[in-house]
Design a protein around this ligand. Structure first.
Ligand code: GLU
Length: 334
């Protein structure tokens, strides 16, 4: 009898000491301390350059630097310019692909758009040709314009309403359009128009290609802060329930699929290096934001406009890598 209780006690101790290493058991002080370190360490980093192929992005303050983490209980940890708004750009692709998945199922996304890496730039036209007319995944421009076209809607207005309401539900507040970015990009998106026409020729579009490109451009121009982005990421981390508003935004069965695409193609053609360094599914945007997910635990977001040559925010990558490694949050290391 004594022997049995002793074994039980040892068992409990082992379970307890193992679980105390898990992310959920980090203290608020530990998290805030590491965020502070990351902020101080990288605030002065002057690497990278704002995107300039969209004119309105070139004039955004390059010193903006906000870091936010949201845990599965909706607790927020943040430092820096965390309420400063920038355009969401490519990070919007995650949420519109998730909407298509909700409406049409995960097989549809896999078969119609694809879930493989292109090994090419985010706006590559040659990658479409090399892959037999397929976009390859919903996070390159081609696949994202396709996702937008496949959102069920009777017209462009309804498509836009659904896409903006969907992103707002992930953020837990009504997101607003950045009119300057939209106006600048809508006059500069000829390449995306060409991509949409090419995909249409391959029978891959769900609506008129130019209409879908305009709505896609609008979704990229939505204003978000690192705070918004971290809440959005934490909703995916928390199996589809926004941990702040407690509303279910997407079925739990789809969040592993979304994270798989983020792991494969989230940081453009540098996604492999990113995964190697962090293990975290992530998505970047040329507005300077990056979201990263610690499944079941945290959404992390950093906003800082200067980008590297792949189009990924330099400070955001440095800060998120630091946080993940310092707090031992690499999902493959659990
Ligand atoms: N709206 C941008 C484009 O279509 C998004 C690119 C990005 O963030 O990667 O070029």
């Amino acid at each position: 009898m004594l022997n049995k209780s002793f074994k039980l006690l040892i068992g409990l101790l082992i379970v307890f000491s193992f679980s105390s290493l898990l992310a959920a058991d980090l203290t608020k002080e530990q998290i805030n301390q590491v965020l502070q370190e990351a902020y101080t360490k990288y605030k002065g980093d002057v690497g990278g350059k704002n995107a300039d192929y969209i004119k309105a992005l070139d004039i955004v303050d390059p010193d903006i630097f906000g870091i936010t983490m949201v845990d599965k209980n909706g607790n927020v940890y943040e430092i820096g310019n965390t309420k400063q708004l920038v355009s969401i750009q490519s990070i919007s692709k995650v949420f519109t692909a998730a909407l298509v998945m909700s409406e049409k199922g995960s097989k549809f996304v896999q078969e119609k758009i694809g879930v493989n890496a292109t090994g090419a730039a985010f706006n590559s036209i040659i990658a479409i040709e090399q892959h037999g007319g397929s976009a390859s995944n919903p996070f390159v421009n081609a696949g994202a314009i396709q996702s937008t076209s496949w959102v069920s809607a009777k017209d462009s207005q309804e498509r836009w309403r659904k896409i903006s309401a969907n992103m707002s539900a992930y953020a837990g507040r009504n997101l607003k359009l950045n009119k300057d970015v939209y106006d600048s990009e809508v006059n500069d998106n000829k390449r995306n128009q060409a991509i949409s026409k090419l995909l249409d020729a391959y029978g891959r579009m769900g609506s008129d290609p130019l209409e879908a490109t305009t709505v896609y451009t609008k979704q990229c121009s939505m204003n978000v802060s690192s705070h918004d982005l971290a809440v959005m990421a934490s909703t995916i981390a928390n199996h589809g329930v926004n941990p702040v508003t407690k509303s279910r935004v997407i079925a739990a069965k789809y969040t592993p699929k979304i994270m798989a695409i983020m792991a494969t193609a989230g940081l453009y053609d540098n996604a492999g290096d990113w995964l190697y360094d962090t293990g975290a599914p992530a998505k970047s945007g040329v507005g300077g934001g990056i979201i990263a997910i610690v499944p079941g635990e945290f959404g992390i977001a950093v906003v800082s406009p200067p980008l590297d040559t792949y189009g990924n925010s330099v400070r955001a990558q440095l800060a998120i890598k630091y946080i993940i490694n310092k707090l031992h949050l690499n999902p493959y290391a659990q």
